[in-house]
Design a protein around this ligand. Structure first.
Ligand SMILES: Nc1nc2c(ncn2[C@@H]2O[C@H](COP(=O)(O)OP(=O)(O)OP(=O)(O)O)[C@@H](O)[C@H]2O)c(=O)[nH]1
Ligand SMILES: [Mg+2]
Length: 698
């Protein structure tokens, strides 16, 4: 491959709601630019970027995947990201690797819940973006309606730079509103295009939209505004330069129209990426910590090497593959670097560009590019690699805590043995998964971001690691806490024959505000308990709080004050005080009005207005509390808080109520007390599972 200078590279993520066409558009890009010899299809399971078996089976993207194409003497690195809510954490991580994004909108559905979610991420990372109204060939496609929806949600900065020629089955191409030129595409998926004059019937609309665009550009810059007022127009140069500047400054989000599936107008989007989205040198310097101080990194190949590991792939043959975005400097395939996040040295053994899963050897990795390397020893996703001595560290990548757990049961002893090895590889690749044994029940728990996520991980265990497990119904991570105060003695005494054991503590227990977790205060004066035993008292309570007295769930949001006790010169020991503290904890908890807490989720539902009533009624039955409702065009956005325990089967319900037109997202909000009738059920369940014994006295 040709060696491209930094200004001739673009790093673009394709983002959007699930099924908006990101993978299909990626396929069209690759085919049109000659990177593939045929137009690959999601429905055929042969795309470059949905290469995992779980992706092929379900026809959705689960992982973000990197590929590239060479277009008009530039290299465009494309990151095809997942749109389904369970996998958006990976999309968020991938955004750390790019300088801009293309946001895909389904021309029939308009803005969906996932669109707003990814939009929020682009705002968070301050990435310039263009918008593609995709699926223009679909029945009921509407460019106008889609643009209106985008403007209602994201503001009037969303301005068309194209006007589609025809819609649905009549969609044949686009008019470029900057050049006022038409591009008409063959309907045979070849991508063959003819440039022509604007069709006469569209001319007035094109003039009007061109004027709107010019005005938006003029508005974005004081000097251009003056020129526009004086002359009544902008020169072609001023217009184009001003447009790009406005896009880089987030004052304009240019809107394109395309049909990825029919390979129509993908090339004009590629042109748009070159013309309007920043090269690595055009984006503001990425903020990093250098020797503790914040600094902006310039994308210069001459500076010290510095790269962020934004993704890890666990490949059956190659092992661990780390995907790097190089932000400055350069490195050779055998380079020695430092992992500055962990103060560990790493030696590279090869560099390659990824075309989906295919690896293409790279002679060097340079500032502004995306590359991959295999077999790093200490490095995980989110780490910084830099030149030895450079000591640069990128801000960490934040991953969500898992929101749902399932128990899994290995089908055989051999399966059980293979699990621990597989766990490592899986969490390497997906830092949001946890596979852990529950200390109380002995059950193996697998936790993730949603049911689909957990099911896919289970499939991966089977396909890649030959681990066969049964997935049990999901478990909610309940907690226990107290509502009242107590003041108790805990005494451990065994003084019959030989060396005895003696520990004696008096503690007060009181509630802390939600999220307060645990506090320990030592108020022993005058040596009632010798100093050296006090940490054992705290340890005893820390151990004991792992299991509450009601249903055996961890205990949170309470404070323990140790204020008195007694000891024995010979028989007192660390262990005796630990046991005394543990006894005191159980007693104190029972006397302090114990209660159970459950996770409450923030739920956001997007639905056409007609289904609002049914959805509200359904949420009521799920102990949901509606927090607010907004109208965005023809859509309603409903925000509610609902206990996770009630949301496990919400997805199919919403689909059936709305005929598939509604979508929702949920994320953890906080813990709240469980109503008493529900508590009784949880306790009964815990007794049945053996987490607690009905009368556990000692
Ligand atoms: N009619 C029509 N269908 C399309 C178009 N683009 C994609 N599709 C179809 O929409 C479905 C989803 O397409 P994908 O490309 O997988 O969408 P995606 O955004 O990558 O989906 P996720 O990665 O799962 O979020 C597939 O069945 C595609 O064939 C289009 O332009 N027109
Ligand atoms: Mg996809």
């Amino acid at each position: 491959m040709k060696d491209y200078t930094v200004d001739r590279i673009r790093n673009v993520a394709l983002v959007g709601h699930g099924s908006s066409g990101k993978t299909s558009l990626t396929s069209a890009f690759l085919f049109d630019a000659g990177a593939t010899t045929r137009l690959t299809k999601v429905d055929k399971g042969n795309t470059v970027t949905d290469f995992e078996p779980e992706e092929v089976d379900r026809q959705i993207s689960i992982n973000s995947a990197v590929c590239f194409c060479e277009w008009k003497d530039h290299k465009i690195n494309i990151v095809d990201t997942p749109g389904f809510s369970n996998f958006l954490w990976d999309t968020r991580a991938a955004l750390r690797a790019v300088d801009a994004a293309a946001v895909l909108i389904d021309s029939v559905a308009g803005v969906e819940v996932g669109t707003e979610k990814v939009w929020g991420m682009l705002e968070e990372f301050q990435l310039p973006r263009l918008i593609v109204v995709n699926k223009m060939d679909r029945e009921n496609a509407s460019f106008k309606r889609s643009v209106e929806a985008v403007q209602q949600f994201f503001g009037r900065q969303a301005v068309p730079v194209q006007l589609p020629i025809g819609e649905a089955k009549d969609f044949t191409g686009v008019v470029d509103l900057v050049e006022k030129k038409a591009y008409v595409f063959e309907k045979d998926e070849s991508g063959a295009v003819k440039e022509s004059d604007v069709p006469a019937d569209l001319a007035p609309e094109v003039d009007r939209m061109n004027k709107t665009l010019v005005e938006m550009v003029a508005e974005s810059d004081e000097k251009l505004m003056e020129t526009y007022f004086e002359k009544g127009e902008l020169s072609a140069g001023e217009f184009r330069e001003g447009l790009k500047k406005a896009i880089l400054g987030h004052q304009i989000f240019p809107v394109f129209a395309a049909s990825a599936l029919a390979n129509m107008a993908a090339q004009t989007v590629l042109d748009g990426i070159l013309a309007y989205l920043p090269s690595p040198v055009e984006r503001p310097g990425v903020k990093v910590k250098v020797d503790g101080a914040e600094k902006a990194l310039e994308a210069s190949p001459e500076d010290p090497f510095c790269a962020l590991v934004f993704k890890t792939i666990s490949d059956v043959y190659t092992g661990r593959i780390s995907l790097l975005r190089v932000f400055s400097g350069r490195v050779n395939p055998d380079g020695a670097v430092t992992n500055s996040s962990r103060a560990a040295d790493e030696k590279l053994s090869g560099l390659f560009f990824l075309q989906g899963k295919e690896q293409i050897a790279a002679g060097q990795a340079k500032a502004g590019d995306i590359v991959a390397t295999a077999k790093l020893k200490a490095t995980v996703t989110g780490d910084t690699l830099c030149a030895k001595g450079a000591d640069i560290v990128f801000p960490a990548i934040k991953f969500p805590e898992p929101s749902i757990s399932f128990a899994i049961e290995p089908k055989s002893r051999a399966d059980e043995d293979r699990i621990s090895q597989a766990t490592h590889r899986i969490t390497d690749e997906d830092p949001t998964v946890r596979i852990e044994r529950d200390a109380d029940t002995g059950q193996l728990l697998i936790s993730g971001n949603g049911e689909l996520h957990v099911r896919i991980i289970t499939e991966r265990l089977k396909k890649r690691f030959n681990v066969d497990v049964d997935l049990k119904p999901p478990k909610i991570s309940y907690k226990e806490t107290i509502r009242g105060r107590s003041d108790v003695q805990g005494r451990h005494k065994k003084q019959t024959g030989g060396r005895g054991q003696f520990g004696d503590v008096w503690i007060k227990m009181e509630p802390l505000p939600r999220g307060g977790d645990f506090e320990f205060e030592d108020k022993i004066f005058g040596g009632a308990i010798p100093r050296n035993f006090i940490p054992s008292v705290e340890k005893g309570i820390l151990d004991a709080r792992k299991k509450g007295v009601l249903a055996g769930y961890p205990v949170v949001d309470f404070k323990v004050t140790l204020y008195d006790g007694s000891y024995h010169e010979v028989d007192s020991s660390d262990i005796a005080f630990k046991i005394a503290a543990s006894k005191a904890f159980k007693k104190a908890m029972k006397e302090a009005k114990p209660t159970i807490l459950e996770p409450i989720m923030n739920v956001e539902i997007y639905t056409p207005e007609a289904y609002m009533g049914d959805i509200m009624g359904n949420l009521n039955g799920r102990r949901g509390k509606v927090q607010g409702m907004e109208q965005k065009g023809s859509m309603r956005v409903l925000k509610a808080q609902v206990p996770l325990a009630e949301m496990l089967d919400f997805e199919p319900t919403l689909t059936s109520i709305t005929g598939g037109r509604g979508s929702f997202l949920m994320e953890f909000s906080h813990y709240e007390e469980v109503p008493s009738q529900v508590q009784q059920k949880i306790v009964a369940e815990a007794v049945k599972e053996g987490r607690v014994r009905p009368e556990e006295e000692d």
